[in-house]
Design a protein around this ligand. Structure first.
Ligand code: NAP
Ligand code: ZN
Length: 356
């Protein structure tokens, strides 16, 4: 703890931030709070780079709060604990995902689905603490202070840099496959082979589904098969949508850019389900795409703390981790550009040592 510089406001912490939706990210300094009785202070080792970071830094969803320190796929080591913390001790390897608090009293929180908190979950970044005025800052920084109940245990055996993306990309794909009841032998189509998509392939494979990747990047065919897919469809080929009509039980759509939902829905057979997790700009939905075969269209948002822990334990048991490309913090702006060109295999992870 001798590196900690404490001011009245808190612990001075190096970070990387975007000052506005139009500016690149650059060095920035933030204050982390000294641990309250139920807090842990985490020295961050790795932080994954999610496409949601780009959406929010560029204010594509509206309402972004600047300066913004993104990052919600955090892996680190506990370096200090508050006086009442019993769950964690110094040296524990832990994770922090997309939220760091919630109202804890609403039916969603009591059900362990804090992501649907009626009082609003406290986002790890681009949000405000429960006081409604202190901005939250994410994992593109050297440390973070988090309430002990919003911290995950990283099971032994998962390489730490490859565990970081599980905190968002992992839970976001695991949760809908479980919730909507994917079963062994089901025909699952994963649309978009990016950070989320490649995790969906791994989970689908571990759950025994027959997996087809639908991708607008024909060059990803071999990767898809190596990741565990059984088949690959290049969606640039318009005929593919005719040839594969009615083929799938379950479609998980992870695409970050605008695309035609109707043509994908038509790939479901009667009573099939398509779950959206990607958040592109709004697209049109035509009612017959659902009506004609009694199809279901659904959405899913990350996952609660309990299910995130379940997913991490599932990964350890099945030898699952993200495929990552490590970057230094000063490569982050270039990494965003490469993600927008689908040039990442399959998740950038920032080595936070490069910020210290
Ligand atoms: P990513 O790594 O950039 O992957 C997105 C994939 O979408 C790309 O690899 C690409 O796959 C496909 N794609 C991109 N542009 C396309 C286009 N013009 N037409 C068709 N396909 C295109 O992003 P990510 O981090 O996985 O995130 C994906 C989306 O999920 C983002 O919108 C993100 O905000 C959202 N998200 C949602 C949640 C949630 O809780 N629901 C959580 C995290 C992220 P191919 O090259 O294979 O086509
Ligand atoms: Zn994310």
């Amino acid at each position: 703890m001798d590196t900690v510089v404490e001011s009245k406001a808190g612990l001075k912490t190096p970070a990387y931030a975007a000052k506005s939706a139009k500016s690149p990210l650059g060095p920035f300094s933030i204050e982390r709070r000294t641990p309250r009785p139920h807090d842990v202070l985490i020295d961050i080792l790795y932080c994954g780079v999610c496409h949601s970071d780009i959406h929010q830094v560029r204010d594509e969803w509206g309402g972004s709060i600047f300066p913004m320190v993104p990052g919600h796929e955090i892996i680190g080591k506990v370096v200090d604990v508050g006086t009442h913390v019993r769950k964690w001790k110094k040296g524990n390897v832990v994770g922090v995902g997309c939220f760091v608090d919630s109202d804890r009293t609403c039916p969603a929180c009591l059900a362990g689905e804090e992501q649907f908190c009626e009082g609003g979950m406290t986002l790890t970044y681009n949000g405000y603490e429960r006081d409604g005025k202190t901005p939250t800052y994410g994992g593109y920084s050297t440390r973070i202070t988090v309430d002990e109940n919003y911290v995950l245990r990283i099971p032994k055996g998962i390489p730490l840099e490859r565990a970081a993306p599980l905190l968002c990309a992992g839970i976001t794909t695991y949760s809908p496959l479980k919730h909507f009841g994917l079963e062994a032998g089901d025909k699952l189509a994963v649309v978009g082979l990016g950070g989320l998509g490649h995790m969906a392939v791994k989970f689908g494979h571990a759950l025994g589904a027959h997996i087809t990747v639908l991708s607008h990047s024909p060059g990803k065919r071999q990767d898809a098969l190596e990741l565990g897919a059984d088949d690959f469809i290049a969606t640039k080929d318009e005929d593919a949508f005719i040839e594969n009509a009615g083929r799938f039980d379950f479609i998980l759509d992870t695409v970050s850019a605008k695309h035609d939902y109707n043509s994908y829905l038509n790939l479901l057979h009667c009573d099939g389900i398509m779950v959206l997790v990607g958040v592109p700009e709004p697209g049109l939905l035509s009612a017959p795409s659902l009506i004609l075969k009694r199809r279901t269209l659904a959405g899913s948002l990350i996952g609660g703390i309990r299910e995130t822990q379940e997913m991490l334990d599932f990964c350890a048991k099945h030898g699952i981790a993200a495929d990552v490309e490590m970057i230094a913090i000063d490569e982050i702006n270039e990494a965003y550009e490469r993600m927008l060109e689908n040039d990442v295999r399959y998740r950038f992870v920032i080595d936070i040592a490069s910020l210290k």
